[in-house]
Design a protein around this ligand. Structure first.
Ligand SMILES: Cc1ncc(COP(=O)(O)O)c(C=O)c1O
Length: 307
């Protein structure tokens, strides 16, 4: 990202385009699904069951993968984790794409238990004779984290040995995979997760849990000191962007033609910019930002960009 690097005057910044992973408008969850859905196929499942908030990128990628692989898809759509930020929130972006991919949507209240309603829905479908496979909230589990570790292999294959890889972290599977992958294939590289859930301690604990599980699957012993979750860039709450989020989105778009979103990748870039400005890295170091996707949700927040 030559123009953003010059603008900030810090290290050489690069971007890894996980928003371009291909299926159904892309995003970081597809890399996890690539591994997790192998289990669904092996189990002889006929239906994928998952869930997320109305504008969840995760459930949109589950719906897209289900369409491509020939599964039925049922999604628990959580209402109430955040107040709808615009009248179109319920209908545009990921909400529209879920319907386009043919998923069946079930509205449920958010009660803080990310996987409860997903499991209840799977139980109901099973009692009706279906063979459901539960894809956890955010596709975050040890196997999904192993899938995400493959990102590190791709970065290492470029010959780059960055000082850090920075990305936004929420349900924690992405960071778990990056941490384990880096300890195996890029041991000099620090993985820096920017908390976007405004729950840094919960995120850190979940990264550790999934990273330990992923490390076990890869016959690796995790060094827990590799888990770094940076607080302070999530804005007031999950799904609520603050001025720094919007400023980062404008910089990413205006200098690098990146389409970031106000819930995840915009907050991630805001965190990276703050770390660069704090002088964390020198000008002769390389830092990779992972663009984890999320652009479809941008359309539910168009009021942020109305002059
Ligand atoms: C666009 C985007 N970026 C980042 C994340 C965070 O990844 P993870 O949930 O694996 O921490 C998500 C999903 O929650 C996402 O949709």
């Amino acid at each position: 990202m030559k123009r953003l690097s010059a603008h900030l005057g810090g290290p050489r910044l690069w971007v890894k385009r996980e928003d371009c992973t291909g299926v159904g408008l892309g995003g970081n969850k597809l890399r996890k699904l690539d591994y997790v859905l192998g289990e669904a196929i092996d189990a002889g499942a006929d239906t994928l069951v998952s869930g997320g908030v109305v504008q969840s990128n995760s459930q949109r990628q589950v719906a897209a993968a289900a369409a491509k692989l020939g599964f039925d898809c049922h999604l628990a759509v959580y209402h109430g984790r955040l107040a709808p930020p615009s009248p179109e929130y319920e209908h545009t972006g990921n909400a529209l794409l879920n319907r386009l991919f043919g998923a069946t949507l079930h509205d449920v209240p958010w009660n803080g238990d990310r996987n409860g309603a997903i499991r209840d829905l799977a139980d109901r479908l099973r009692s009706e004779g279906r063979k459901p496979y539960v894809v956890p909230y955010g596709v975050s589990n040890p196997l999904g984290a192993v899938g995400y570790a493959s990102t590190i292999a791709e970065i290492a294959a470029t010959g780059l040995s960055p000082a850090a890889i920075v990305h936004c972290t929420g349900s924690a599977g992405t960071q778990a995979g990056l941490v384990v992958g880096a300890q195996i294939a890029l041991p000099q590289t620090r993985i820096v997760g920017i908390d976007i859930d405004a729950e840094p301690e919960r995120v850190r604990a979940d990264v550790l849990t999934y990273a330990e599980g992923a490390a076990a699957l890869l016959d690796h012993t995790l060094d827990p000191s590799g888990v770094e979750v940076v607080a302070g860039h999530a804005g007031p709450a999950y799904g609520v962007p603050h001025d720094a989020t919007v400023a980062a989105m404008r910089l990413g778009a205006g200098l690098e033609a990146l389409v970031l979103d106000p819930v995840y990748s915009g907050k991630g870039l805001a965190g990276l910019i703050a770390l660069v400005q704090s002088g964390r890295w020198t000008q002769d170091q390389d830092v990779v930002f992972i663009h984890t996707g999320g652009a479809p949700a941008l359309f539910a927040y168009r009021h942020l960009f109305q002059e």
